[in-house]
Design a protein around this ligand. Structure first.
Ligand code: SF4
Length: 324
């Protein structure tokens, strides 16, 4: 696999009046060229915080404490603001969950996209930029692109707005797109359409895609590899097939067991309990909810152990966890 992005030992914290809250802890993962990589976990698992830092987006009280984010071998964390602005949109773009807040409410969506295109290409005339926008709208399946061009975000449906967000994200031909829960706010049928659209665009353009989701079904449908996050840590990582057929970490096992099934499945009781407050302790983030815990789990942080090939798990039990 040819590497495009490498996140190494990333540590991110939020600082408030109440002190420091560690959101991402020692997270490492690699994205290959042309690959669809999933990051899955519950709310508060650190999946969005980890990826927002790839574009250095996030509130002022969020700080990267250590680690590196190498994109084409350059550390994004060391780029100047100017270099970062050149990177955003043109090499790495992002699609957010809440398209209504992400789009500017006082601008017609087409006008905003014309500006965006001309920002990245100052020689582009307004007329040519408009032609490109209309063609981009067509490529993301917008049926009446001329009308959509003049519309304000609130005049469009959620699915239509998400198509606009995707058109914006691909307008400068990025090498990597990050989609943060891109379908969570949509109806089920529209969700499927948007996932198909993302998949088609990714294949046509050979672009890499990071898909952040809490939905393992989306991962199974879209991704080749996945990282599972819990309490700020990456607790399991590997090929989607291995993770689904042979989940090694008790948290992943519980996530898979709690997936809804036709005819109704049994919700695993220990996932119904909310995240335990282990954030400031150097112990397994799943301790307190894990029914396979051993004595060492109460006071020692596990290490990442290889299960097989690129499949690895952050658990004291290692391969034994496969049989718990
Ligand atoms: Fe469970 Fe211990 Fe493994 Fe954590 S390290 S998942 S508590 S067995």
């Amino acid at each position: 696999m040819e590497e495009l992005l490498k996140v190494n030992h990333l540590e991110v914290s939020f600082f408030t009046d109440l002190g420091e809250s560690r959101a991402v802890k020692d997270a490492s993962f690699v994205i290959g060229k042309g690959e669809v990589f999933g990051i899955v976990g519950e709310s508060g698992s650190g999946k969005s915080v980890a990826t927002k830092n790839i574009l250095r987006l996030g509130p002022k009280n969020m700080k990267v404490k250590s680690g590196e984010i190498l994109f084409k071998d350059k550390d994004i964390l060391k780029l100047s603001m100017r270099e970062l602005q050149n990177l955003r949109g043109s090499e790495i773009s992002m699609v957010f969950q809440d398209s209504l807040s992400a789009l500017n409410p006082v601008y017609p969506v087409g006008k905003k996209m014309v500006e965006l295109l001309r920002l990245h290409n100052r020689n582009l005339s307004k007329t040519d930029a408009k032609k490109q926008v209309i063609s981009l709208f067509e490529s993301v399946g917008i049926v009446d692109p001329e009308r959509c061009f003049k519309s304000y975000p609130h005049e469009l449906s959620g699915g239509m707005r998400q198509r606009i967000m995707i058109a914006m994200a691909i307008c400068c031909n990025p090498d990597l797109m990050i989609a943060d829960e891109p379908t969570t706010a949509l109806d089920v049928t529209i969700q499927a359409q948007i996932l198909h659209l993302l998949r088609d665009i990714q294949r046509e353009r050979g672009m890499s895609l990071i898909l952040i989701t809490h939905d393992l079904g989306v991962v199974a449908q879209m991704c080749s590899r996945v990282a599972v996050m819990c309490g700020g840590y990456v607790v399991e990582q590997g090929n989607v097939r291995d993770i689904f057929h042979n989940p090694a970490h008790p948290y992943t096992q519980a996530l898979i067991a709690s997936m809804p099934r036709v005819g109704g499945g049994r919700m695993e009781q220990y996932l119904e309990r909310s995240m335990t407050d282990n954030r400031d302790q150097e112990i397994c983030p799943f301790y307190g909810r894990c029914r396979h815990a051993i004595d060492a789990c109460a006071d020692t942080l596990p290490t990442m152990k290889t299960i097989e090939g690129n499949h690895c798990s952050f658990c004291h039990l290692g391969k034994e966890a496969l049989h718990v």
